[in-house]
Ligand binder design. Structure first.
Ligand code: NAP
Length: 337
């Protein structure tokens, strides 16, 4: 049985990755920040999951002991990284933990787990898309493009800080491979905004993880509120989990970046889906301007991820299903809004 190490196993995406791995016959060792978090996840996942405590990925040597204890690990998935915008110090809270966390993970694998054949890093569309190109409808963004953000600009605000943290962490990973020539093969998974239900109903809290909260926050609005404006691209978390397996199982994905995106959205598209499908939300949340988001694709850069879609070999979940499943779970768990 192959054993896979998943860093940041308690995260929104990572819990789905762990579930998918176990469903496909893998044994999983997850890193978590405390025994309490590890025990809780173990109860949910079952006997094919065990955990190691890694309190802070940015501390030098963070993963060394965990890997020394698991010589059976042959695949390492690095998902842990801060994803939030709640900081006035992006360099300290986002950039440094992301970059040093990635370097620590890779050097631990290199030094203490030479038997590991594949490393997959959960990078992001943030590392792929330059901010200026995102709103240029003549531009094409693909697996080969890079965010051109500078470290200095990334220290200035939390959104640029997060985008920079993913860019510099991924660059550090490819550089590590080039310089150190480790035994493992690297690939990255680069999702756009990830939506979809929590892996376990018990994870449905008042405030969800940063990306799912974009949808959850709409349920907290009053009819006269402005709809917060988000535009971007989406992919479902269940597809992101499956892609982490493709990234190390499919030879064609070796040394590649998998750009995960199904399509574009603005918040109005999500509101329209909610009001068409949940009668209990009518009169409770704002309607905005129904249909106004229909031309979003034509206003933003084209995302070309045909290469990734071929490697995945499965159909991606569409906006309607990802939104409906996210909200249905919240309504089921909370009973009402
Ligand atoms: P999440 O739920 O916040 O998960 C992040 C995980 O990383 C948590 O387990 C967290 O542990 C852990 N972590 C963060 N900083 C850490 C540190 N300094 N030391 C140890 N552990 C740390 O976020 P997510 O959405 O699942 O994101 C997972 C990965 O996907 C991240 O690399 C993120 O950049 C990437 N990504 C996410 C999206 C998206 O839309 N969700 C899109 C593209 C890429 P605690 O919870 O215990 O703090």
């Amino acid at each position: 049985m192959t054993t896979v190490f998943v860093s940041g196993a308690t995260g929104y995406i990572a819990q789905h990755v762990v579930k998918e791995l176990v469903a496909n016959g893998y044994q999983v060792v997850g890193s978590v920040r405390s025994a309490e978090k590890g025990d809780k996840l173990k109860k949910l996942v079952g006997s094919n999951f065990s955990y190691e405590i890694v309190k802070d990925i940015q501390i030098e040597g963070a993963f060394n002991e965990a890997l020394k204890r698991h010589p059976e690990v042959t695949v390492f998935l690095h998902t842990a990284s801060p994803f939030h915008f709640k900081t006035t110090e992006p360099e300290k809270d986002l950039l440094i933990p992301a970059v040093n966390g990635t370097k620590n993970a890779l050097s631990a694998v290199h030094k203490f787990a030479p038997q590991v054949k594949n490393v997959v890093i959960t990078s992001s569309y943030a590392a792929i898309a330059p901010a200026s190109k995102e709103v240029d409808n003549t531009a094409t963004i693909s697996e080969t493009t890079w965010n051109d953000v500078t470290w200095e600009d990334a220290t200035k605000d939390p959104v640029t800080g997060y985008r920079g943290s993913k860019t510099f962490a991924e660059k550090a990973a490819w550089e590590f491979v080039e310089v150190e020539k480790p035994n493992f093969i690297l690939s990255t998974v680069n999702p756009v905004f990830v939506f979809g239900p929590q892996a376990f109903d018990s994870e449905v809290k008042d405030t969800l993880n940063t990306s799912a909260e974009i949808i959850n926050a709409l349920l907290k609005l009053s009819p006269d509120d402005e709809i917060p404006f988000f535009r971007g691209a989406y992919v479902d978390v269940r597809d992101v989990a499956k892609a982490h397996l493709t990234a190390f199982e499919n030879k064609g994905a070796e040394n590649s970046r998998l750009l995960l995106a199904d399509g574009r959205f603005v918040t109005q598209n999500i509101v329209d889906i909610l009001l068409e499908n949940f009668s209990q939300l009518r009169g409770k949340i704002p309607i905005g301007e129904p249909g106004r988001g229909s031309d979003v694709e034509s206003k933003l850069a084209k995302i070309d991820n045909e290469k990734t879609k071929k490697l995945l070999g499965f159909e991606l979940i569409d906006l309607k299903k990802t939104v409906l499943d996210t909200v249905q779970q919240v309504l089921d768990v909370k009973g009402t809004i």
